[in-house]
Design a protein around this ligand. Structure first.
Ligand code: GDP
Length: 479
């Protein structure tokens, strides 16, 4: 446990120079941004005549009303939260629009919507479904990396005339890593050359076994254009929701997750929050990430003001003191003193973690585990210039499995390494095998920042060599 000189001074409402002076008396030379250990900090606090209160994780958690115990009887069914993924141009936007136009309460507000990243649709059947409208697969996994599991079900859109493409595979692999069940919507079935059976066949190659072939993956044939099959898609989602037994207690302080956040010129920091448990009310005091605030106003996607929001409802919240990140939690606490305390504690922890993590990527941790025999899988991502090389590498790697360690190929693809590859690698401790391909600038920058190893090859033999070394934990991380 450590604290910076500045932070310690802040908490005591003393000047930093005063703290530095006390430290010098103790023989510790420190600058304002340097961290000192808890014991040293305690001495300084005593010297300056303040009382010591070490904040532990348990103390902090105590103030989180969202962590109250609850009984099974208090749990009520809640609407499912769905993310739509798929290849570009396969109809994700069209499908969302078609579903949204079926919303029975939508007409009342004149149908003017604003993008807030999520919305709930009220269907004629009385069912409600919440859709997340976040951009891209990378965003989906980034959110998960921050600890948020918000998506209950993934709807994978595949155009019936086009079949499984590059980003479809990407989506499948991100969805699998999240462990959310997948429903496949085979879209554009109005087109004469659409072939749903071919899509079902192709899914098999990605270990998605559809119900028609004895598996448990539901497929629904739809057309966003003619709105054919949308009722079937709703049924499939509700069936899956039932299997998942999605429930939450609405009668408690709210706990949720940030879907999107931005700094708005006129309104200050605004965040779209998905309430996961409890009910969020105007006036509630909350912590989100290392920010806090008081709910000043809440609106839905139609711009309507709400006084309260229950489980699975996304709302745009005004009243934040800073801008959180997508995937941060959102928890209601007793009062603003508590909110400040938790936010400060988290801010400090964030700095500690950043300091500890510098120069130590997740691959390194994975390699350490492999070395100690504590990991049974080596996760890798393979990108190659042509399909043939990709297949050849995948086959060679699969042959290397031993009783102790298995090579887990999370994703293979043809083309440059993109951000989606990096987030997937980051969330799993994998490294990226680049065979005769490069990383795009964004992915390169991200890999540097997130310490994800990209290894470049032009000879398969060298790939095999490195993977063999990695399997026994003997590979040297490159960053
Ligand atoms: P996205 O990139 O996945 O969001 O795809 P869009 O929703 O933007 O759709 C891409 C193109 O496919 C657009 O020109 C749509 O009009 C068209 N499209 C989408 N769904 C259908 C469909 O069910 N049938 C037909 N014929 N065209 C569709």
């Amino acid at each position: 446990e450590t604290i910076t000189v500045q932070e310690l001074a802040n908490r005591m409402a003393e000047r930093a120079t005063e703290v530095i002076k006390q430290l010098m008396k103790l023989g510790v030379m420190a600058t304002i941004n340097q961290t000192i250990d808890a014991d040293t900090a305690e001495l300084v606090v005593q010297e300056l005549g303040h009382t010591i209160k070490r904040v532990t994780a348990a103390d902090v958690e105590e103030g989180i009303l969202g962590n109250q115990d609850e009984t099974d009887e208090e749990q009520q069914p809640r609407p499912p939260v769905v993310t739509i993924m798929g290849h570009v141009d396969h109809g994700k936007t069209s499908l969302l629009d078609a579903i949204r136009s079926a919303d029975v309460v939508r007409g009342e507000a004149g149908g003017i919507t604003q993008h807030i990243g999520a919305y709930q649709v009220n269907l004629a059947s009385g069912n409600k479904i919440t859709f997340l409208d976040t951009p891209g697969h990378a965003a989906f996994t980034e959110m998960r990396l921050r600890g948020a599991t918000v998506t209950d079900i993934v709807v994978l859109v595949v155009a019936g005339d086009d079949g499984i493409m590059e980003q479809t595979v990407e989506a499948i692999n991100h969805a699998k890593a999240s462990e959310a069940p997948i429903i496949v919507a085979i879209n554009k079935m109005d087109k004469p050359d659409a072939n749903a059976d071919r899509v079902r066949q192709e899914l098999l190659q990605h270990e998605l076994i559809v119900e028609e072939m004895g598996g448990d993956i539901q497929t629904v044939e739809v057309s966003a254009k003619t709105k054919m099959g949308l009722d079937k898609l709703e049924e499939a989602i509700m069936l899956q929701a039932e299997l998942l037994e999605l429930k939450a207690n609405a009668n408690r302080a709210a706990i949720g997750a940030v879907i999107e956040a931005k700094l708005d010129k006129g309104r200050g920091s605004v965040a779209t929050v998905l309430v996961q448990k409890g009910t969020l009310n105007v006036g509630d005091i909350f912590v989100t990430g290392s920010e806090w605030g008081r709910v000043r106003a809440m609106t839905n996607e139609r711009g309507q003001k709400l006084k309260s929001a229950g489980p699975s409802l996304p709302v745009e919240v005004l009243g934040l003191n800073g801008t959180p990140s997508a995937g941060d939690d959102f928890i209601v606490v007793e009062n603003d003193a508590k909110a400040r305390e938790i936010a400060a504690y988290r801010e400090q922890k964030k700095k500690d973690l950043a300091a500890a993590a510098a120069g130590r990527g997740s691959l390194e941790q994975m390699l350490a585990k492999l070395k100690e025999g504590k990991a049974e899988e080596l996760p890798v991502i393979v990108k190659a210039d042509v399909h043939g090389s990709m297949e050849a590498i995948a086959t060679s790697l699969q042959k290397m499995n031993t009783d102790e360690v298995k090579v887990n190929i999370l994703h293979t693809g043809v083309g440059a390494i993109n951000e989606s590859d990096i987030t997937l690698a980051q969330s799993t401790g994998a490294f990226v095998i680049a065979f005769n391909v490069r990383a795009n600038p964004q992915a390169r920058e991200m890999s540097r920042r997130e310490k994800v190893d990209i290894r470049y090859y032009s000879i398969i033999y060298n790939v095999v060599d490195d993977v063999k070394a990695a399997m026994s934990g003997l590979l040297e991380p490159e960053q």
